[in-house]
Design a protein around this ligand. Sequence first.
Ligand code: E4P
Length: 219
Amino acid sequence: MKFFVDTADLDEIREANEMGVLDGVTTNPSLMKEAGGADFHEHIYKICEMVDGDVSAEVTATDYAGIMAEGRTLAKIHDNVVVKVPLILDGIKAIKSLTSEGIRVNCTLCFSPTQALIAAKAGATYISPFIGRLDDISSDGLELIQQIVTIYSNYGYNTEVLAASIRHPMHIAACAQIGADVATMPLSVIKKLLNHPLTDNGLAKFLADWEAYQKTVNA
Ligand code: E4P
């Protein structure tokens, strides 16, 4: 399973990258707003230079011509850029065209299996189902991941399932068991994947016993 960090904050991206398990980055306009102040294209370039992996940069146009123009410009920033396109009618048309030009696309804001099916037919490199936002409205985000994995497997689509809007480690455990190709998550969730109180307690006991043992050896 590939791990992407879901942020535009350069310090967070650096910290995630230094863990040595990072495969890419996803950004969106809201995350850019949080990062604040930076020129968008320069910022995406900096991220691409920091991380050896795919970096999603989102278009803000919603019409075919606008998405195409923005997508082509974003793709020229760096080889690592994957153009993020919303799952709307003009977005699907643009995904087909951008893909035929060799530009890789992350199809974003997916909330249903039929949306995911049409994105794969258009040739998207990644589909981003937002599981946390479905859970937020008492729907089942993980069920959507299962449905998409099954549909893509049934027909052999190469589009990678990129589980997004991840809220906690149990989302990751479940997505990994279902077989999602990628998960994008905040740095806080990546760190939480490591946590277990029995590991901390066990290590504290080992270190205390080692110290006691050393005293007997040196006595
Ligand atoms: C995915 O690419 C999105 O940036 C992200 O996962 C959305 O998550 P949110 O629902 O926490 O905003």
